[in-house]
Ligand binder design. Structure first.
Ligand code: FE2
Length: 250
């Protein structure tokens, strides 16, 4: 399995506070069957240039290296916060793409809707050849209130990432399964920050998804992430409209 979104690198952001916590996060993930982990610590662009971030990230990764389980691969990336104030420097952000790929994990601001400037910045990234992957789309009221907004991002050239926990929590389950059924889950990640509140939960998501009979969707999702990271060709699932009726998604 691949975990597309994690904060496992120690002492780099609000994720793993110590090397020991990070090592335990990796151990638990590996035990659950996760073989590839994307390290996507926050990048806010305020205090560090991408170059400085990459230096700090390499140092953090070095601390963690002795604790990577045999048979597990870590790929370095970032979760880039894109706000109306983020300086437009697509070519500068490209080094933050997931190692060896053009995929750039993007965190959007948590607002009711996004200002035009956000769409412009996304467009500029696409024009530069990046493929923005919108992080945890299950967490935004703007998408939950109006799922058609997801289509807008996909049509611009973005991919969508959903958190594993969305399939487990009462408040988000229905939305997450509708996203899966209708082809909107391009990538899945735990977004793990620690071993307690935001812990490795990929195996639980797998059970929940397969338990509902979506075994083929699960396999396709894992195969897609593997191919994406390996630079192989993959096919976009067909997107079907999501209907929202009396607060439920179909
Ligand atoms: Fe995150």
């Amino acid at each position: 399995m691949t975990d597309f979104h994690t904060h496992v690198l120690p002492r780099l952001d609000d994720g793993a506070k110590t090397v020991e916590v990070a090592a335990e996060m990796l151990r638990l993930s590996f035990e659950q069957g996760v073989k590839t982990v994307l390290a996507t610590s926050h990048y806010y662009g305020k205090n560090r240039s991408p170059k400085e971030y990459i230096e700090a990230r390499n140092n953090s990764y070095e601390l963690l290296t002795p604790f990577i389980p045999d048979g597990m691969t870590i790929k370095l990336g970032a979760e880039v916060y894109l706000s109306e104030r983020t300086p437009l420097q697509a070519e500068a952000l490209a080094p933050l793409c997931i190692e060896g790929t053009r995929y750039l994990l993007i965190e959007l601001p948590f607002v009711k809707d996004w200002e035009e400037v956000i769409y412009d910045k996304i467009g500029a990234l696409v024009d530069e050849g990046c493929v923005p992957v919108i992080a945890h789309v299950d967490r935004y009221a703007a998408f939950i209130n109006k799922p058609q907004r997801l289509l807008q991002f996909v049509e611009m050239g973005c991919l969508l990432q959903v958190n594993a926990s969305a399939f487990l929590e009462r408040g988000t389950k229905n939305f997450a399964f509708a996203l899966l059924k209708k082809g909107y889950v391009h990538c899945l990640g735990t977004d793990m920050h620690d071993n307690k509140e935001r812990k490795p939960d990929m195996a639980a998501a797998k059970s929940a998804i397969e338990g509902k009979g979506y075994t083929a969707e699960w396999s396709a999702l894992q195969e897609r992430m593997r191919a994406m990271i390996s630079g192989e060709e993959w096919f976009m699932p067909a997107l079907r409209p999501i209907k929202k009726i009396f607060g439920k998604f179909y």
